[in-house]
Design a protein around this ligand. Structure first.
Ligand code: GLC
Ligand code: CA
Length: 563
């Protein structure tokens, strides 16, 4: 049965259509373009694509301001193109997840328009209103510096409406059963068209909407169970991946004590402490957040990422740690955003250092859960800080050294292509890296291939082994297989010993998966290891080709010759 939990050993790739590939020369990426590059993604090792919002929308927040939940923005294609795309993915065994933005609509959504026009129509109660400006209207801003209030006056409605995010994104009123019914209908519709699940936007805010009582609402966790139950009646293997940037101890309520709510959550605490570890070499906070991320119901799964389409949000780090991350990865004011984050891509944050990029990816790929990669990071793309807010890290995909990086022949791409400096498309592009076996793209391909063979990471149990403070050594065990992942966060070579927690009876050598070398155990059963500065090594007992018979190696399995 565990094999049916497909999301536990998936590799998710997130992309927004508008910046991936333009097929018709209007400067905007589209479904036909994406369709043309599915084989590229399959070759990379991707098993699921997370599509960012593609609905009709004024696009004032990158499509997270939806004006029709049942449609496809004509700039990207038609509903027909969407189904062609899901079908093409299915043929290749690739799953599709899509963004589900239910916390708010666009002010242009017909529900909101109807609510403005008529105080007595049924859509009025789809949103949250106040006759007087609530006293806390200046609190709880999500985009400080850009957004000024959470309540905005509308003269047609003759009332204030509530918006957790920008003023053009009125919050839906989850307390209204008709709103809940509409939400389920949207979920059912897209499942019918061939997708495998949703990345659920802004979940803490979605379930915080408690009618007019926005100040101290009781989270509507029951709704998460409804959502899950409904989706699984319609499509048994459908999953929800929640965006909720909350402390780890609160997360279990999103999964549900018995695992009856959402199956997956992004692990923001691990993400923030991982960047702190990269900035400082200190792995203690990361270990602590990893420990806090265990003991989940069996169905639950973390999703891990390095960068996403938003700012790198480090608000939850203690002051000293946050300062360290800012000063190492985003020292200039123009690199920072909303008093809490860094609006850069991964490669420039790491100073373009290949060793650091490999270390960061190796860490992320071996965190307990499912990896999520952001388009362009597989070739080490950069950012454009002249663009506003989060747009800086949303520039077009760099396919080749042709005009506009091979993204579009149009003179006016949806956002400017990065065309100068060390991350310009003539230096960083897919075509060049494909042709170079030593490239970062080739490295990622090899790592993803290996990562998928190591099913114990996504499915198994982990233990953090006792070692030196700059070293992170994690062991995973699942169905008789045991692996060990070691990382050196310091810039010095480190020698250390680890003792695996291994209960299997047969003696299998510890095989390094990068070098195919076997490491013998010392007399006390521990292994002596050496890691280069910023080095990492992946190991499995018996190697990747270890034979598993009835959950463990057969007695007469020949043991690999130690080199
Ligand atoms: C989420 C999205 C972000 C968007 C916001 C409002 O945080 O990740 O991009 O702006 O929700 O929908
Ligand atoms: Ca186009």
């Amino acid at each position: 049965m565990s094999a049916d939990r497909w999301y536990k050993n998936a590799v998710i790739y997130s992309l927004s259509l508008d910046s991936f590939l333009d097929s018709n020369g209007d400067g905007i990426g589209d479904f036909a373009g994406l369709l043309d590059r599915i084989d590229y993604l399959q070759g990379l090792g991707v098993t699921a694509i997370w599509l960012m919002p593609f609905h009709p929308s004024p696009r004032r927040d990158h499509g997270y301001d939806v004006s029709d939940y049942y449609g496809v923005d004509p700039r990207y294609g038609t509903l027909g193109d969407f189904v062609e795309f899901t079908q093409a993915c299915r043929q290749r065994g690739i799953r599709v997840l899509m963004d589900l933005v239910l916390n708010h609509t666009s002010t242009e959504h017909p529900w909101f328009q109807a609510a403005l026009a008529d105080r007595n129509c049924k859509y009025r109660d789809f949103f949250i209103w106040a006759d007087k400006r609530p006293e806390d209207a200046d609190e709880g801003l999500i985009f400080p510096g850009v957004q000024e209030t959470t309540w905005t006056w509308n003269r047609h409605a003759q009332a204030y409406y509530f918006h957790r995010f920008y003023d053009f994104q009125p919050d839906l009123n989850l307390a209204n059963p008709q709103v809940q019914a509409e939400m389920l209908k949207i979920v059912g519709f897209w499942l019918e068209l061939g997708i495998s699940g949703f990345r659920v936007d802004a979940v803490p805010f979605l379930i915080a909407a408690d009618g007019i009582n926005v100040k101290d609402p009781e989270p509507a966790f029951e709704f998460l169970r409804h959502l899950r139950e409904f989706a699984q009646w319609r499509k048994g293997d459908a999953v929800f991946l929640a965006e909720a940037n909350i402390p780890p101890e609160d997360c279990v309520r999103y999964f549900g004590e018995t695992g009856d709510r959402l199956q997956m959550m992004f692990n923001f605490p691990v993400n923030q402490t991982l960047f702190y570890a990269l900035a400082s070499g200190d792995t203690a906070p990361l270990r602590e957040k990893l420990q806090a991320s265990r003991d989940l119901p069996p169905i639950a799964q973390w999703a891990h990422f390095l960068r996403n389409h938003d700012e790198l949000d480090i608000a939850r780090l203690p002051d000293e740690q946050r300062k360290a991350v800012f000063s190492t990865f985003g020292p200039d004011e123009e690199m920072q955003l909303y008093d809490r984050g860094i609006r850069r891509r991964l490669a420039p944050m790491l100073g373009g250092s290949r060793a650091k990029l490999e270390l960061a990816y190796s860490l992320m790929l071996t965190m307990p859960g499912t990896p999520v990669i952001r388009y362009g990071d597989e070739i080490g793309m950069g950012e454009d800080l002249s663009l506003p807010e989060r747009e800086a890290a949303r520039t077009p995909m760099q396919w080749s050294a042709e005009v506009n990086a091979g993204f579009t022949p149009c003179d006016e791409p949806v956002r400017p292509v990065i065309d100068h400096g060390p991350y310009g498309y003539r230096k960083v592009n897919v075509a060049m890296q494909r042709a170079d076996d030593g490239s970062f793209l080739r490295w990622i391909e090899r790592m993803l291939r290996m990562r998928k063979e190591l099913t114990e990471i996504g499915h198994g149990e982990f233990t953090i082994l006792d070692t030196k403070s700059h070293i992170l050594a994690m062991q995973y065990t699942y169905e008789g297989r045991t692996s060990l992942f070691t990382h050196n966060l310091s810039d010095r070579k480190v020698e250390f010993a680890v003792k695996l927690d291994d209960k299997s009876e047969s003696v299998r050598p510890l095989v390094c998966l990068q070098t195919n070398r076997s490491i013998p155990a010392s007399d006390d059963g521990s292994h002596d290891l050496v890691l280069e500065p910023l080095g990492y090594r992946w190991f499995r007992l018996g190697g990747l080709e270890d034979m598993i018979v009835n959950g463990g190696p057969a007695a007469d399995t020949p043991v690999r010759v130690v080199q």
